[in-house]
Design a protein around this ligand. Sequence first.
Ligand code: TRP
Length: 337
Amino acid sequence: MKKVILTGDRPTGNLHIGHYFGSLKQRVEMQYDYETYIIIADMQALTDNADNPEKVRKHVRELAIDYLSVGIDPKYSHIFIQSMIPELAILTVLFSNLVTVSRLFRNPTTKAEVSTKKEIFGNDGESITYGFLGYPVSQAADLTAFDCEVCPVGEDQVPHIEQTREIVRKFNHIYGETLKEPEAILSKTPRIKGLDGNEKMGKSLGNAIFLNDSDEVISKKIMGAVTDTNKIRKDDPANPEVCMVYYYHKLLKNDNLEVVCTECKTGKRGCVACKKELILKMQDFLKPIREKRAYYEAHLEEVDAILKEGTNVSRAKAEEVMNRVRNHMGLDYFESH
Ligand code: TRP
């Protein structure tokens, strides 16, 4: 029997190359050797978009198209919509008794989100909702409902996996061996820096190259990328290690990398030429992804059928696990023992 992978994203925006290198690439590579479930976490997206369900709804399909474009293959991966699996909501409620509120407040990822979204949560987090604070509990339900053992995610998700493991241990301790403890697997490049040099490329940070950016947009963004600020003139020597352009040359495995590096260090290469070279590499890299996207955009009925099938298969699996949970907790009232 293959081990189960579960991973996914919130449908709140398009995916960017940070997602690609941070986790999508790994998901694509792993899907052939594992039973793979990919969650489109619309309920989780609503925890900080409750007043904007239209945005979430629109991005469910967009996210599915992003997945299909990078090579997530529905023959191997079940792509499903979180809110269509009611077992996830039931498990969330049952798990919520096994987590303290103070533990949830200490989660570094939710903490960081609260501090970057002051317009929603208030300056001191005074407007934080029960649902948002508790989304790691619902994520524990996502992971356990499919007997997930392996979770390939970006670094920011590790606290949630840790939280899940704690819940599982507590659950199994109280109700008997029932649920599997998932393990996070980080890619070799768990976090990709932004064009502005920020440690994180973020959907809403204005420093990302999206998988569906046009050639013109890619070109404009790369021309504005941060380089060594000590380099004033074109032929000044510079330090590639502090330059985002060099960073992306490395990321895209430019086979000319050593030349890029020495020319930069010796002042033989100006930033504009270096950026132009990167623009071409980036466009080449994104071209096949964009071509696949164009196909699916022209065949939306195919996308919907894939989502429907993925959701049906996933629901059946979650029901199976839910029956086990009911049985072990004694909540299977009308079953004869
Ligand atoms: N928290 C993830 C994100 O912000 C989305 C997510 C929901 C998820 N449930 C999951 C990821 C289960 C991995 C496993 O993108």
